[in-house]
Structures are given as C-alpha cells and as structure tokens.
Ligand binder design. Structure first.
Ligand code: XMP
Length: 326
C-alpha cells in the first residue's frame, strides 16, 4: 500500500546517503513541487540545505510572504530571498512578444540563481565545505515527458525554473522522480506544509509577466495583482477550487474601453477571467462558474481596481485556445 510516511522515510535515508556532509541548494518557486522536494531534503539534512527564492516582481499578491513566512515557519528551511524585481522589470521594458518575455524571464532567473550559487559556493569553501548538490522537484510525468522524445511541437517554451547552469558542477537530488502530483501533495501535507501551498493550483514560472497582454510595467502588475487576488478569493470562497484546474486572470493592457462610474466617463482596461477545468493541462474546457460568483468577481474588481472598468469571461476550450493568453 502506498503510504506518504513510508515514502518520506525511504527518501530521507536515500538523501542522507547521497549527500553525506556536503551542502545543498534548492530553488523555491512558490509551487507545490519545489516546496515539497525542498522540505523533504530539509527533513533529511537540516541546515546543510539552503533554499533560494527569487522575487522577480511578477509574483501574485501574498506569494512572497507565503514562502518567507508560512513555508519557513512550517518547515524550518533556511531561506535566501533574492530581490530581483528591478532587474527583471528593467529587462522587460518595451517587450510585448510572449516568447521574448519568457526568454528574458528564464534567462534572468538563471542569472539570479547562479549569483546566489556562486556566493554560497565561496562561503562554503571558506569554511572548508563543499556545495555539491542541487534539489529539483522533477515528477514522474516530467521524467516520462522529457525521456519520451515524443516529437510534439513546442508551442510555448516552458522554461524550467531552476534549470541547471552549465558552468557549475552539481549533482541533482530529485526525491519526487517516481511520484505523481497527488502523491506529492500527500507527502507535503504529511510534512506539515500549509494547505495554501500544497493545494496550490498550477501557476506559470514567468508569473504575471505572461498575463499582461502588452508591455509589463509596475503599474500594470499592481493592477493585475489586485484583480487576480480578488478573483482567487471569490472562487475559493465559492468552493470552486476543486472543480477549477486554474484560473488565469489576464490584463489587456493595450485595450481600452469606455465606461461610466459615478458621474464620470472612464476609459479603462478589461480584465479577462479564464477559469478552466482539466486533467493535465494538455486539453481543457472552460469552467461553468455560476453566474452569481461571476457577478461577485466582476463587481469586486470594478469597484476595487480603479484602472479596470470591464470584466470579461473567456469561453474557449483548449484546443483551440491555450490556457494562458500568452
Ligand atoms: P497553455 O497556456 O500552454 O498552458 O495551455 C498549459 C499549462 O502550462 C502552464 N504554462 C507555463 N508554465 N512556464 C511554466 O512554468 C511557462 O512559460 C508556461 N506557459 C504556460 C499554464 O499555466 C498551464 O498550467
């Protein structure tokens, strides 16, 4: 019988044997896989592990606090946060092409992570230690997908957050390699990771950067962050989290429409709600969210987010639409 406790015990023994007294680095993305693999390695080797979280300025509301506070409190993991928002947003200036955004974000992520790696390597060397390992939250389906050589077209370049830099010589620790997502969640719960992290819906590595159609700016990010937080809170309150695979909230930053609010005419931006139901994100259907819930989301967003004067619903399945708009 599959049992989270047994898997944890087995993995702890295996990780200890693999690592010995070396030091280990792990990149936390805020997602389930990296949260669980990091916590598992921490259980095995304690403060030989340093976790790194890159704040690229494209995070959702409360996400950084969730990692820095709730995750650290519940696991005891030693965490370094890299303040990289200025750098990322600087490089994204003037960029509107989705694949270009992904390339820049992926590249900058690796740069930021490499910098911390170098610092940690020299810090360890100073005390006669070695950083030899890198934790990756690879799941069984990822292993199958990348080994399969299926020849499917690369529709969007899904960059692997925490990808291994070439010039630094690390061995990988991949404690989730034989597991499926629901098993990873079970292990995360057993390890005491907060439900808000363990139960989190998928969120793309490039974050809110690919949910602004148009150039990514601080103001636009602020607008989208507020709208996204409102939609998420309402969907959760309505008990729809299990039915919805994920619900991208998209800011059409280059579109304006006329509205009226109070006594005045407005000329604001539309927000798109994209709730989808899916098994594996390869195909998806738009979720039939009850009208009352949609009405609450729409009212709340247009009342609370000044730049938004219209909320629209995406009723396209995948295919032909993708889940994200970019
Ligand atoms: P699409 O939009 O291709 O999305 O239907 C399928 C799933 O992949 C996620 N997604 C990404 N994840 N980096 C990621 O880590 C990316 O660049 C990226 N693009 C899409 C999307 O959120 C959905 O779960």
């Amino acid at each position: 019988d599959w049992n989270a406790g047994n898997v944890i015990a087995e993995q702890i023994a295996r990780i200890r044997e693999q690592v010995g007294s070396a030091r280990v680095i792990s990149a936390l993305s805020g997602g389930v896989d990296s949260a669980v693999s990091t916590a598992l390695v921490h259980r095995a080797i304690g403060d030989q592990l340093t976790a790194v979280f890159v704040d690229h300025g494209l995070l959702r509301k409360g996400e950084r606090e969730q990692v820095e506070k709730d995750y650290v409190e519940s696991t005891g993991v030693r965490l370094i946060t890299v303040e990289a928002a200025d750098t990322f947003l600087g490089h994204l200036e003037g960029v509107t092409d989705p694949e270009q955004k992904r390339k820049i974000i992926g590249r900058e992520f690796i740069r930021a992570f490499e910098q911390v790696q170098r610092d940690l390597v020299s810090e360890a060397a100073a005390s006669g230690e070695k950083v030899k390992f890198l934790v990756q939250g690879t799941l069984y389906p990822d292993v199958v997908e990348s080994g399969g050589g299926s020849g499917t077209a690369n529709i969007k370049s899904h960059h692997n957050v925490g990808g291994l830099p070439d010039d630094l010589d690390f061995e990988l620790i991949e404690p989730l390699r034989t597991l499926f997502k629901d098993e990873v969640r079970a292990i995360g719960r057993e390890l005491g990771i907060p439900e808000a992290i363990v139960g989190r819906q998928p969120f793309p590595g490039p974050g809110l950067g690919i949910r602004i159609v148009g150039e990514v700016t601080r103001d636009r990010l602020e607008t989208l962050r507020e709208a996204d937080a409102i939609a998420r809170a309402e969907l959760t309150a309505a008990g729809l989290d299990a039915e919805i695979w994920q619900c991208p909230v998209v800011l059409l930053a280059d579109v304006r429409s006329v509205g009226v609010q109070g006594d005045g005419r407005t000329y604001g931006h539309p927000i798109v709600l994209r709730p989808v139901s899916s098994e594996d994100a390869m195909t998806a259907d738009w979720t039939r969210v009850p009208y009352e819930v949609l009405a609450r989301i729409s009212n709340a967003i247009t009342n609370q987010v000044p730049e938004v004067n219209r909320v629209v619903l995406d009723v396209t399945s995948k295919p032909p639409g993708t889940i994200e708009w970019e």
